[in-house]
Design a protein around this ligand. Structure first.
Ligand SMILES: N[C@H](CCC[C@H](N)C(=O)O)C(=O)O
Length: 274
């Protein structure tokens, strides 16, 4: 049976979205990885499935998979895209997204521009599973990263020079470093003003992407904790900008940016390995 999909992106971080709210499709991790391949599949950074929500306040249950078929608890850019999609279907201004990391609340500012409340960051290194707490001395690159979970594990390196480190060189070794038993998304940030930074992210399971929403949230939280930026900060990535606010009071992280639909298509799952 043919399976329909939507191709969407947030700042060039691109997604194949399969709607399983009516029919389940036979999507194994190997099949997802094959579909994500840019040469022999559809091609995307993340594969997203939609199922009926079963949590209070949620309109849809969203799952995020990386290009290698592994699953992630969070994906900021895809969360904006799915909120935009549900809003277009229902006319709602507020959309609840059930994810593996909890229910996220999104607000449509206008079609194609969405704020997602990414929830509260987990405390520093404590919530990013580490093999040995705080032992960052033996990392393959120089630096003193800060780690935080936004529903998925992130480490941010703060660079004194813009683009001082090539994410494609440093990223893979750090992603797979024994320090991170669940692997990690690795951000390389350079603060350019009290309210602005440049960021590139080597993503766990997907490699270098043009933008990473949860990575931008993590970078701002880590930078605020180190006194490097204000609580509202613009994050410039290769694909464009997000505005991140780490709200005082309840400590929620708000991410605002675009959500774009590229095209619709169909594929036959049986053409891909199971
Ligand atoms: N691109 C996503 C992050 C995917 C995270 C994933 N690579 C992992 O945690 O394994 C974002 O916009 O937040």
């Amino acid at each position: 049976m043919m399976t329909g999909f939507l191709k969407m992106h947030g700042l060039g971080n691109d997604f194949v979205v399969v709607d399983e709210r009516v029919h389940r499709h036979d999507l194994t991790p190997a099949r997802i990885a094959a579909l994500c391949d840019r040469h022999t599949g559809i091609g995307c950074d993340q594969f997203v499935t939609l199922r009926p929500a079963c949590a209070e306040g949620a309109d849809v249950f969203v799952r995020f998979f990386n290009a290698d078929g592994s699953e992630s608890g969070a994906c900021g850019n895809a969360s904006r895209c799915i909120a935009d999609l549900v809003a277009r279907e229902t006319g709602q201004e507020h959309v609840g997204l059930q994810t593996r990391a909890g229910v996220l609340h999104a607000t449509i500012i206008r079609p194609g521009l969405v704020t997602v409340d990414m929830g509260t960051p987990a405390q520093d290194w404590a919530d990013v599973p580490l093999a040995e707490a705080m032992d960052t001395l033996h990392l393959p690159v120089a630096g003193d990263p800060a780690a935080v979970s936004m529903g998925n594990p992130h480490a941010t390196f703060f660079l004194s020079m813009p683009d001082a480190m090539d994410p494609c060189v440093a990223g893979p070794a750090l992603e797979h470093h024994p320090l991170f038993p669940q692997r990690a998304n690795i951000g390389f940030a350079h603060v350019t003003a009290p309210d602005a930074m440049r960021l590139r992210v080597w993503e766990r399971g997907s490699g270098l992407t043009r933008a990473c929403g949860s990575g931008a949230c993590a970078a701002v939280v880590n930078a605020v904790r180190r006194g490097l930026v204000e609580r509202t900060c613009t994050v410039e990535m290769d694909g464009g900008e997000l505005t991140i606010t780490w709200r005082e009071g309840d400590g929620h992280v708000l991410m605002t940016g675009p959500a774009t639909t590229s095209f619709m298509g169909t594929f036959n799952p049986e053409d891909y390995p199971r």
